[in-house]
Write a protein that binds this ligand. Structure first.
Ligand code: FAD
Ligand code: SF4
Length: 491
């Protein structure tokens, strides 16, 4: 093995970012804190701890891309920025496609930038039912801090696209209340490319907010390094072992990190797998369990108005001739969706070291979504839609508001739905009771010293809103507690 510093040289990237091109042999790194994963949770933790003077190393399996790399070639962007090119699936009937980012910045690089605080009623439930020392008032300073760092603000009027204007028209016609969108953006151009990496840098993903801040305060970020396991001495986590991920996905040089604190921030699918690969069990049986997904369904509405072209073909259950016929109307289509606060949970199992999610949509949640779809379709007709295509196999399209209302007359079995998700949560849940949770109130894994989880895995329940801000706020809160007890973690 060679010392890391001598094995590396600086390229065109910012100081502190290293990629496979700079790792020329098996490598050992020493630091105070090793953070695995650079998404919403990991990047926030890195910036907070580096700013407080901790020597931080971030290990990220995905590559390092910058704003200038985000091009109009959507399929290339999906291959580069999405794990498995976006084709990951939770097994059940129906199977549920889910998507995760794999790049420096994690899923924040490809997300929509919607930034919402955890609803007060969710935090209250986490206190009363899950035994957390948490409340809206306690979380307020963390939300405020995150919102300053990632520039959360209402959307600029000028960046609101015609599709959203149509939704507003429909809601106004129905007399429904509209809540404006809050997003982490600065001068968003409304180009609607968020899912492929923001080409203007307007979206304040972790890549352009927390990661540069962490680097500024001396953190080192190793891209293209996948962590295989957490090392331990007795009960104490002592670092991580991983490998360089070559461009073709094969294993390259070994990378070992020796640290005083380990943070697992791989997201709700990969954090339980990393812990399981490292031989960590939870006596609660909840490691990998408690998986919530906010099941998400979409309809396509066809209008008379012409709209800016968008990428819709992937959203249809139809194929072949029928898809061809529909795509003739692509410039008159609006894709609208809803997500459901799920009442059931699934599980991530680690099979041969790799995570596999299992999740069965419940009849209760399917019924809830049907009601949501009926209301959404009514709104779209009120906005002027002519036809609405539904996310069920072999479903006739809707042509009138009465069709929308009649949707509720016939329950749709869970197996018939086309469901997707981008909100995976809950697989290493925190809690006050060791027998029922994987981590304590901060995110420290029970029965392991110096191992902290800082990502969406921690949620005891789904959060009902888009999860990024909750993850960042909880990570800020946990970092604060580490900083307060720095003497304990620096020895
Ligand atoms: C398309 C899309 C749109 C979304 N839109 C929104 C939105 O508008 N608003 C919102 O609030 N949320 C949104 N989300 C969800 C939000 O982005 C995620 O909930 C959030 O980023 C999850 O944070 P995390 O830290 O748990 O994991 P991630 O941000 O996913 O980061 C995990 C990182 O860990 C890395 N990693 C995993 N395993 C390893 C390993 N073994 N070694 C090294 N690195 C590893 C991964 O490559 C990844 O980069 C969206 C998500 C997607 C995919
Ligand atoms: S400029 Fe485009 S890609 Fe960037 S945040 Fe705005 S809509 Fe998304």
């Amino acid at each position: 093995m060679v010392a890391a510093r001598s094995a590396l040289h600086e390229g065109a990237r910012p100081t502190g970012v290293f990629t496979r091109a700079e790792i020329h042999g098996d490598t050992v790194l020493d630091c105070d804190v090793a953070i695995v994963g650079s998404g919403a949770g990991g990047a926030t933790m890195a910036a907070e701890l580096a700013e407080a003077g901790f020597d931080v190393v971030v290990l990220e399996e995905g590559s390092y891309y910058q704003t200038r790399d985000f091009t109009a070639d959507s399929s290339a962007m999906v291959r580069q920025l999405y794990r498995e090119g976006g084709a990951t699936m939770a097994l059940g009937n129906p199977p549920i496609m889910f998507q995760e980012g794999r790049a420096v910045g994690g899923s924040t690089v490809i997300n929509g930038g919607m930034s919402w605080r955890t609803p007060a009623s969710i935090l209250d439930g986490w206190r009363t039912r899950d035994g957390l020392d948490i409340s809206p008032a306690q979380m307020e300073p963390y939300f405020e801090r995150v919102e300053r760092r990632i520039h959360v603000a209402p959307m600029d009027e000028s960046a609101i696209g015609i599709d959203n204007q149509l939704l507003k028209k429909g809601a106004d016609a129905k007399g429904w209340k509209i809540v404006g969108n809050l997003r982490n953006q600065v001068h968003c151009a409304g180009s609607n490319r968020c899912a492929f990496g923001c080409p203007t840098g307007a979206k304040q993903s972790a890549l352009v907010s927390y990661i540069p801040r962490a680097l500024h305060f001396g953190a080192r970020v190793y891209a293209d390094v996948a962590v295989d396991r957490i090392t331990r001495h007795g009960k104490r986590a002592t670092g991580v072992m991983g490998h360089v991920r070559r461009a073709d996905g094969s294993r390259g040089f070994h990378v070992a990190v020796r640290s005083k604190l380990v943070v697992a921030a791989c997201g709700a699918i990969h954090t339980p797998a990393l812990l399981a690969r490292s031989g960590i069990r939870s006596r609660s049986g909840e490691l990998g369990g408690n998986l919530s997904l906010h099941p998400n369904v979409k309809v396509v509405a066809i209008f008379d108005e012409r709209l800016p072209p968008s990428i819709l073909a992937m959203s249809f259950p139809h194929r072949g001739k029928k898809l061809g016929e529909l795509m003739q109307h692509y410039d008159r289509m609006v894709l609208a969706g809803l997500l459901c606060e799920d009442t059931t949970t699934g599980r991530v199992r680690t099979i041969n070291g790799r995570p596999q999610a299992f999740y069965q949509l419940s009849p209760r949640d399917a019924a809830n979504m049907l009601r949501g779809l009926s209301l959404l379709s009514e709104l779209l007709f009120a906005a002027g839609a002519r036809r609405i295509l539904l996310p069920f196999h072999h479903a006739p399209e809707l042509q009138t508001p009465d069709d929308a209302r009649r949707l509720l007359d016939h329950p749709v079995k869970p197996s018939q739905w086309e469901v997707v998700t981008v909100h995976m949560m809950g697989t290493a849940k925190m809690g006050g009771d060791r027998a029922a949770s994987v981590t304590d109130d901060t995110g420290f894994v029970h029965d392991v010293d110096r191992l902290l989880v800082a990502d969406a895995s921690l949620f005891p329940t789904p959060v009902r809103v888009n999860p990024m801000e909750t993850i960042m706020a909880l990570s800020t809160r946990a970092a604060g507690r580490v900083i307060e007890n720095r003497r304990r973690y620096l020895t």
